[in-house]
Design a protein around this ligand. Sequence first.
Ligand SMILES: Cc1ncc(COP(=O)(O)O)c(C=O)c1O
Length: 389
Amino acid sequence: MKKGISTRCVHAGEEPEPTTGAMGTPIFQNTTYLYPNPDLPKANDARVGDYYIYTRYNNPTVEALERKVADLEGAGSAVAFASGMAAISTTLLTVAGKGGHIVSARDLYGGTYNLMRDILPSLGIEVTFVDTRDTRSFGRALRDDTRLLYCESITNPLLKVADIPELAGIAHAASVPLVVDATFSTPVNQNPLALGADVVVHSGTKYLGGHSDVVSGVVATNDELAHDIRERMIFLGGCIDPSAAWLLMRGLKTLELRVARQNVTARWLAEYLEGQSKVVSSLHPEMESHPDNELAQRVLRAGGGMVTFELEDLEACHRCLDAFEVITVASSLGGIESIVSLPVDTSHWELDDEELASLDISRGHVRLSVGIEDIDDLHEDLRRGLDAV
Ligand SMILES: Cc1ncc(COP(=O)(O)O)c(C=O)c1O
């Protein structure tokens, strides 16, 4: 019988170190290895994983992390990266190379949007953007040279939920893979591959690491594609450092505990906010008022640790944020500490009013990444913030 997710977070991919019996995977902080046999093929001819040669190619600490992530995502293999962006860019360059075309949701993390809007087209890869919620528009945007469909499982900041089974059907009818950035949902709340996606990517910097102390990324998919992605990674150079891999692996051991707590607290706070007169709207996928609630119940095990609420205007937001004592004003998300940010000041700062309106994002939106602090303290902080509005 497959072990439960908490057990796998702790144990999957790891064994006591064979020479000493040390519990937990050591940090193999080496760049190179004793070359065992002068007759071995030259580095560039070796198939990755044939033997240890150089840490950009492979490393025992990184491999343990990759086995753990593959297990948590139900994937054949995983490849770890120095950042979420390295994971995303290397995956897209592997799958959509040679001037292909991508159909992507427009609701993207800003860095991914920049990559798709500016960098990929400069390399001859065209991207058509569509709305996450308009699933059929992905199909309408398909071309003969389309190489992949791309979406985020839960989007930033409006927490739109992607219909992964439907999107996978559209992708597979066109014989292309569906790539899902599941940073917001985490393997605790969703396994995109089990819903039909072909590739799942994460910014490990967020929930997987969970302590706001390590920048990292991972990709999980079938063995063959993972091999191709790894080969690209080796030459594009976005490998993870062994110390960062170890930190990410340590964070993963408590992933289920953290996310389970964040799921509950986030939903509770979102419901509290919804009942407040100064709050224009409050979003969490588990709430009945969320536009994708019915879909969320089908594709998510829980709604996650993000809450987005709307105040009257930017000035009201600043007054609210200034009053917080526990919740920190900062970018990023997914850590043990509650973090709040304004999309118009951070992730979406480049957009003018027209572009913001086209995405339904207002100057009053507040994005809250709920941590694991006591719910009473977070409740009190939100009350304090709203009092100051
Ligand atoms: C959904 C999502 N994907 C990818 C990234 C990029 O990850 P990283 O900062 O680890 O490169 C982020 C970063 O905020 C993100 O929110």
